[in-house]
Design a protein around this ligand. Structure first.
Ligand code: NDP
Length: 310
């Protein structure tokens, strides 16, 4: 235990050291005209990402499915002098997505950074109900895909490239300490990036939901803690790789880089404030990824500003 505490303290020291390294002028590809959009940003990690991106001088659109709550959240940052705008966005509602896209187009024309942060989880502590699987997969996976598909045409074509950052979780890993996936067929399919397609990810999600409906999911080899949430993040991770592959075919000057990251176990409403990382620290890697000057990075998974394996 002592060893792991020391390791964690050392890690946290390294992170704060990295955070203190300022972005130098030649790395700063963005200006106050650079527009970032963050979903589910009325609280938690999303709100922090808005604050930090606006702190770096971008124009940031804070979005929230609840208009009043979102307006209040944006007001806090606006009163603090940050360049933050607000618009309602429910990633489960096609008409809300359409309204949002129309508004962005009319008000800003284009935007540069999309952070897919909105998400739900219905398991707290050691709970592992799959009662809300449909909602979890619809929001975390299909909602994220829907917003990406709707917004890609509005992403600015610029030499530095536009960026998509998906907030996922180590719980969705296919291998390693945090992976509880026992289904070798699913692992093999999702690991093989060369043959991975959106259809394969969709089929995997459908198979899981079918087993939940039939009551057979427990013998399906799916992750056995936070099962539906872990499957949703596994799907977003795999989709990020497919998306990055597709987007890499865009011509120079129209590139979009897509990556995902795990914020750690964060003290937010989602964990019942039981995490070991503050929302500020949880947001850090996402903001860093969104602002990376190195354009070659795409289709990767990060945690604490380091690449990790899927
Ligand atoms: P919160 O519950 O505090 O924030 C989740 C946000 O998503 C809320 O703003 C919520 O809105 C919003 N949201 C949910 N459904 C929708 C929807 N249909 N449309 C738009 N917004 C929606 O949790 P966190 O800040 O912890 O989570 C942020 C992201 O980080 C999530 O994707 C989560 O899975 C991920 N994550 C979190 C970890 C943690 O330890 N906290 C660990 C790993 C990943 P509302 O307030 O209206 O409910």
């Amino acid at each position: 235990m002592v060893g792991s505490k020391e390791k964690r303290d050392k890690r946290l020291q390294e992170i704060s050291l990295l955070r203190t390294i300022p972005y130098s002028d030649h790395q700063r590809w963005w200006t106050s005209e650079t527009v970032a959009v963050v979903t589910g940003a009325n609280r938690g990690i999303g709100f922090e990402m808005v604050r930090q991106l606006a702190g770096h001088g971008l124009t940031v659109i804070l979005t929230s499915r609840d208009e009043n709550v979102g307006v209040e959240a944006a007001k806090i940052l606006q009163e603090g002098g940050f360049n933050v705008d607000f618009h309602r966005l429910d990633i489960l509602d096609p008409s809300s997505i359409q309204d949002f896209c129309k508004w962005i187009q009319e008000k800003y024309g284009f935007f540069d950074v999309l952070i897919n942060n909105a998400g739900v989880n219905y398991n707290v502590g050691t709970g592992n109900s799959v009662e809300f699987s449909q909602m979890v997969l619809s929001t975390n996976y299909y909602g994220t895909k829907n917003i990406i598909n709707a917004m890609i045409p509005l992403m600015r074509r610029a030499s530095q490239g536009a960026r998509i950052v998906n907030v996922t979780s180590r719980l969705g890993r296919l291998k390693g300490r945090h992976s509880k996936l026992e289904n070798e067929t699913v692992r093999a399919k999702l690991m093989d990036v060369d043959s991975l397609t959106e259809e394969i990810v969709d089929e995997t999600v459908s198979e899981f939901l079918k087993q939940v409906e039939e009551g057979t999911w427990e013998s399906g080899g799916w992750p056995h803690s936070f099962t539906d949430y872990s499957v949703s993040k596994m799907a977003v991770n795999a989709y990020t790789r497919v998306l990055a592959k597709e987007l890499s075919e865009r011509p120079e000057g129209e590139k979009i880089y897509a990556n995902c990251f795990c914020p750690g176990w964060v003290k937010t409403a989602m964990t019942g404030y039981a995490g070991n990382v503050s929302a500020e620290d949880g947001a850090d890697t996402g903001v860093w990824l969104a602002l990376l000057p190195d354009q070659a990075i795409t289709g990767k998974f990060f945690a604490e500003r380091r690449e990790i394996s899927f």
